[in-house]
Write a new protein. Structure first.
Length: 230
């Protein structure tokens, strides 16, 4: 049975990573993130990995996230194994492999770019359709903050409130706000949190680069029936 709030009675499973996460940089944190939308627990081994996973978990276009996925390749005639930090399956069938580094300087201080290029050339779409390197410099801090908020609200598992928000959205226009949703549902703050949780489903869409606030204009897809795509 799923509780109305919190994670009591909510079953989560891990993604069976190919290796156990360990600290990479001086003083990083190692821990896990609970994905309330997919019922999964992800492991991270640095704060930047945690930030990337937070963003990905909050996106409606993400079908599945797996961490620490290894692939065999050859570089300069030598057989090797490289482990990507994150592997993402997008809605629509595309897959992206992410190599996460603390900084752009750290990214170019080793063979990471050369390794990714070799894997892409040798495996192509058999392993991933897209190969990306992510650092703090390339990560949008607003997306991280919004992702944290979406995950916090998603952990409420307030399905009754989310159903009420969905019904209210069909009566609202193509653009709405959290404040308008709260008024339309009569649920106040509870309605706001349920609406924020629905951002992950794509029923509501927040504009990129903007902090989620009560009066931020949101795209209301409940009126158009469109679905998120990556």
């Amino acid at each position: 049975m799923q509780a109305a709030t919190g994670l009591v009675g909510y079953d989560c499973s891990d993604t069976d990573p190919d290796r156990t996460p360990t600290p990479k940089w001086r003083g990083p944190s190692v821990g896990t993130i609970v994905d309330p939308f997919r019922g999964t627990v992800y492991s991270y081994e640095s704060e930047v990995e945690r930030a990337v996973m937070t963003v990905l978990t909050s996106l409606p276009g993400v079908l599945r996230i797996r961490e620490q996925r290894s692939v065999r390749y050859r570089l300069n005639g030598v057989a090797r194994i490289y482990t990507f930090d994150i592997l993402v399956d997008w809605v629509g069938g595309a897959r992206a492999a992410f190599a996460v580094r603390q900084s752009t300087k750290a990214l170019h201080s080793d063979e990471t770019v050369e390794i990714i290029q070799a894997i892409c050339a040798q495996h192509g779409v058999e392993f991933a359709h897209d190969y990306r390197a992510v650092t703090y410099e390339t990560l949008d801090p607003v997306a991280v903050l919004n992702g944290r908020l979406i995950l916090r609200c998603g952990r409420d598992h307030d399905h009754a409130a989310m159903d009420a928000v969905r019904k209210a959205l069909t009566r609202l226009g193509p653009a709405t706000s959290l404040r308008q949703v709260a008024v339309a549902t009569g649920l106040g703050q509870r309605g706001v949190r349920a609406a924020v949780a629905l951002l992950q489903s794509g029923t509501l869409m927040n504009p990129r680069g903007k902090r989620i606030t009560l009066d931020l204009p949101l795209e209301n897809r409940a009126t158009t029936g469109t679905t998120p795509e990556q």
